[in-house]
Design a protein around this ligand. Sequence first.
Ligand code: GLU
Length: 394
Amino acid sequence: MTGGTTNARKGLSSYRRVVIKIGSALLVDRKTGLKSEWLDSICSDIAALKSAGVDVLVVSSGAIALGRTVLGFPTGALKLEESQAAAAVGQIALARAWSESLSRDGIVAGQILLTLGDTEERRRYLNARATIKQLLKIGAVPIINENDTVATSEIRYGDNDRLAARVATMTGADLLVLLSDIDGLYTAPPHLDPDAEFLDIIPAITPEIEAMAGGAASELSRGGMRTKIDAGKIATAAGCAMIIASGKTDHPLQAIEQGTRSSWFAPSDAPVTARKTWIAGQLQPAGELHVDNGAEKALGLGKSLLPAGVRRVEGHFHRGDTVAIIGTDGHEIARGLVSYDVDEARQITGRKSAEIEAILGYAGRAAMVHRGDLVMTGAFRSKASRKEEVVHAG
Ligand code: GLU
């Protein structure tokens, strides 16, 4: 542990690059539509941050909520195509509102609509990142949302918490602020448990912290604490701090500066590289490599995964896709970019690297997943292997 500056809570203007995620309910009133006064107030907060030299990116929800107000859709759940139509209508209004409000402070806005594929597929990810970085370079504020009009249920983020965390890691931001109607993390749901305690500093997202966020993510818990903790895992592992705060008052960023109650999640002391963060944060690995005991140990020691240590291959993947590496107990231990297409991977499974040329007809990479393309993801496992490393070193 290095402690010191990275682990201390500090004012918003001391950060270099901040991603602010804004929940729909803050921006849109079901009956009256856009809350323009509130929007103007946060835009002047953003202007203040920018004049303090901070790069600001906004991940704004609200397209569907705004569109359904404009279209007069009844309350209640919408069908996928209805919410896509609502997003198509709402996104125009949303982007214009941001652009107009920011222009009052002389700031230019640029709209970026992302789908899951834009952050998961390496080439598209690099393209999207380059555009966002260019906007920042010219002093503009990127206004980002999921491209709901084309994203279908199987291939979408569905919540902007995790999308915002991916945007934070892809742009090297050092702070992610999640603004919604929840003021932070409690030890239990505060409306159900009178003994629930508020947590203002979270040094690390441990299994206990995850348990406080409730069960697995589902359609119902969308945008709830679960996706916020998931976002925290993605961001903090990449060395980006996260704040969960209420945005219910005007000037919500100023309020955080002035010490209003909020939860601060410390960034990891030993962040993994941007490339490895990208690998680890993939939401849908294309396949699985089930490995044996020996390979599991070798991975824990930072070695590459050789075909000899693979017992079984699952899924449909191409060379360069992200795969999950599964240990002998059936749990994921690592992720990495695989060196072979699935058919080839099957043929060389369990075989020595020296045999690859004879089997495939060409001399491929010796490793099924090279250590430079590999990141340990199972917290328990990596702890076990760290222990082993000590034993090994001693
Ligand atoms: N992308 C959705 C919208 O703009 C919001 C998703 C979310 O609230 O997390 O309406």
